[in-house]
Design a protein around this ligand. Sequence first.
Ligand SMILES: [Zn+2]
Length: 822
Amino acid sequence: MKYNCFFAILCCAITLFPLYGGEKEHLVPISFDQVSLTDHFWSNRMRIQKEVLVPVAFERTEVGLEDLRRTGNYLKGIQDEIASTSRFNTSDLYKVLEGAAYLLKMERDVNLENQIDAIAKIISDAQEIDGYLYPAHTTGSYKDAELWGGAGMGDKPYSWVVHSHELYNVGHLYEAAVAYYQATGKKNLLAIAEKSAQHINKVFFEGDKNYNEGVPVNQAPGHQEIELALVKLYRATNNPLYLTMAKRFVDIRGVTYTPTGDGVMSPEYAQQHVPVREQKEAVGHSVRATYLYSAMADVGALTEDSTLLPALKKIWGDIVNTRMHITGGLGAIHGIEGFGPQYELPNKEAYNETCAAVGNVFFNHRMFLLEKDGKYMDVAEVALFNNVLAGVNLEGNKFFYVNPLESVGNVDRSHWFGTACCPTNLARLIPQVSGLMYSHTEKDIYVSLYTSSQTNIPLKKGDVQITQKTNYPFDESIYLSVNPKKNNQKFSLNLRIPTWTENQFVPGELYHYIDNNKKEWSISINGEFVDNPTVEKGFVSIHRKWKEGDKVVLHLPMPVRYNHAIKKVEANINRVAITKGPLVYCAEGVDNEGELRRYYIDEIDKTPLIKKGDNMLENIDIISNLSAHYLDENGEATFRSIAMLPYYAWNNRGVSTMNVWFAENEELVRLTAPIMPLALKSIRASYTHEYDDVLAVVSGNYPKSSFDTTIPRWTAYPKLGGTETVDFMFKEQTPVKSVAIYWYDDNGGVQLPVSWNLEYKIGDSEWLDFPLYTTDYYTILKDQFNLVHSAGEDFVIDALRINMKSKQNSSVGVLQVQIEVD
Ligand SMILES: [Zn+2]
């Protein structure tokens, strides 16, 4: 073992960040533990992280630990149950370990360390003598799982790395091991990680007689992660083998192996369709993609391989120009959990896995360090403050895996998930946020994220202490105090001027402001405003001789802004989204009367009232009265303001409807929210499923089939086997000629009725039998209207009733009713 000089190596390893060829002035980030937070926004999150999120996550990842414990017992010959058939539950545990280690780096905690040491022992016991670590293969439980094809794990170690997650899991272990080593100096986890990495190098690149018949596997894993983890292992140990391995795994992707199939076996799914340097678009599973791009940026930087940068820039452009939600969410599409076609950015159906937004932050922060361009931090900031933070509730114990931009009230965060990648990614990302704030070259300082904090920046000519005071992202002013150790030290202080201060919210072609609410940002030094400050690559640069106590005030106005998406994003045509500073705002049903889909924002409000929320939303800026209109179900539009809150804070006060992109005219509301036909006073049903709408049956939409799920409907689900009614009350006595019904049938819980018939009322009469035209009868046919006529002339009524008898084990539903009146 070669740990003797680790501490000495670590010091230089942390500052090791060579750059692409030729560039001397590379950026070095100030590590998160070197930044003390003095704010409310993030400090509060860190407290919750320590008190709630990480303890909860340890508890919930116990299943992974149990698998490891059983594996250790198996190896020692101790009778125990075998491990589960999970392919990746240990990865979740490793991510929690990583997050916990970061907390220790901020503040040592004996109990937490003891807990981690005990876990390290269990992991160590589960590792085979040669370094292999994967409970399902070691204990043989893989036999109970699907072996091949799709999401299997193969019948031998490393025989199905496209989906086994063997390398993904240990990648997360490496990240945890490095974090714990850096936090405590303890090498217990690091030893396991290095043993694993050296074993993998042998099996994959040299050949090991116990694996793959001695032939090097030489295949990139289906789920990226080990690549960027190996870079971290290299940075912590300075062993160049790990960097070489990372580069090899990046280089062979799309070269030595390409899956051939659909879905999770498609070549694009794990970005194996072409070699990485030839990739131009973001495709496939979005978490895998962002981990790959992050690793490419790392490998490119550390090996001075400039051939990776063009691909990274193209992919980045493709993301921000065509495939990113305004919340910074990536991977819009369900099914592959990934990138859809360009511009396909649905709202209600948006996938936007929390992990993908975390990956978006990782990728963009690395690109910023490479390119010194603020636009990357603009994207990282938007992803962080919107999609990432929406992934966890304000209490830190409930999580979103999927982050839609609209909800009809059927979405709630979960306490945990069977696949727990998202909450555990939050466990490790949030403590690192202070590491996104400061970076430096040998002579200049960059401030890339604003929050009340303090740090010391080691410039070559002397340390500089920077203190920030602000309540960002709600306060517009950032007060910086600059304290160089040496008076009159010359350097540039570079402050990021976010894209959202100008004409659009986030870099790229997708979104732009449509209002004139812009206010100019400004900067002053020791009370004197800087005239015509210039911005280069997203930063304003103040170059001067600094002395102790110099004060800089950056004022970034945060008026309410109105956003359009470009027309190619069909989901948002004639829709508008509200942002303020780096925050996307949404409305929740709980704060707004009526239905959110009936609101439309058709005017620009220059100064809506902004106030602090209360209770759960304490300290959060709420837009309390944004001008809008409301189209009620009778088709009448009235002025009605909307209350909005930051998107990240939604779903903290119970389940409610939510919307980000609002219609901007009445016509669009009429298309999407049913209006009561003129002749009707009201419609009511015996029962309506909570997400259905009885008004939908008169929306005028023509169904494509009885299983048309694209238009609103009425169903009585989950009431099975009963008799249901829908009543239509007319405003005045109305002559009815015919009635036609288009049934909804999903071939499951809602099916065609057994029978149906009509009744009517005149005045206060009882319900009376509908006089059916002599040759008509009540047909029950799928995929078409079922039409009956009234017998006789002058059939004038006050109300009409549809009686429907459900099949025994299903309910009934209606897509459309057409009532022909004279
Ligand atoms: Zn996830």
